[in-house]
Design a binder for this molecule. Structure first.
Ligand SMILES: CC(C)(COP(=O)(O)OP(=O)(O)OC[C@H]1O[C@@H](n2cnc3c(N)ncnc32)[C@H](O)[C@@H]1OP(=O)(O)O)[C@@H](O)C(=O)NCCC(=O)NCCS
Length: 147
């Protein structure tokens, strides 16, 4: 059900980016770049044709970063994001990542709940990272065997 994104998905991805992230939406060039970058994985969850959810990660040596996850508002709370994250974790593990980390706005309650439900744990804080008074929480999940 989850597959790598391709050029034909860009329109649907741009539309979801715009509606989910507004001013912070990735551009067409940024999304297209994700398709070509060998250390990145942009994957989609199609439902009856078009992608309704997507995830973007990058993996450098033994560490992966979850850059984006989004689900079309009509398809939220059906487990799509959790499935996308599980697929992303599998991708990162296959590439040898020992840890996956991400940053999330302290104000993004749905995303924080999602990541915690997927086993991510707080590991840092960037005060005022998004804007004055809006902190970024750093979350991480170990993938390799614990020491
Ligand atoms: C965050 C987001 C990706 C969740 O997608 P989703 O497909 O609805 O999430 P899931 O259905 O897989 O939910 C998994 C768990 O996450 C948590 N969760 C998801 N949405 C939630 C919400 N609105 N409120 C509280 N908890 C939420 C719950 O624990 C949920 O498990 P449950 O449904 O069994 O209670 C979606 O709301 C979204 O696209 N938001 C806008 C983009 C964004 O902020 N992305 C994250 C930063 S890059």
């Amino acid at each position: 059900m989850i597959r790598s994104a391709r050029a034909a998905d860009l329109e649907a991805l741009l539309a979801m980016e715009s509606s989910l992230f507004g001013q912070g939406a990735w551009s067409r060039a940024s999304l297209a770049g994700e398709l070509d970058e060998p250390q990145h994985w942009l994957a989609v969850a199609p439902i009856h044709g078009p992608p309704r959810g997507y995830i973007s990660l990058r993996c450098v040596v033994d560490e992966a970063e979850l850059l984006r996850v989004g689900v079309h508002s009509d398809f939220q709370r059906q487990g799509l994001a959790r499935m996308l994250i599980q697929a992303g974790i599998a991708w990162a593990g296959e590439r040898g990542a020992q840890r996956i980390f991400l940053e999330v706005s302290a104000l993004n309650t749905p995303a924080r709940a999602l990541y915690m439900s997927c086993g991510f744990e707080p590991c840092g804080l960037r005060k005022g990272y998004y804007s004055p008074g809006v902190d970024a929480l750093l979350l991480a999940k170990p993938l390799g065997p614990r020491p």
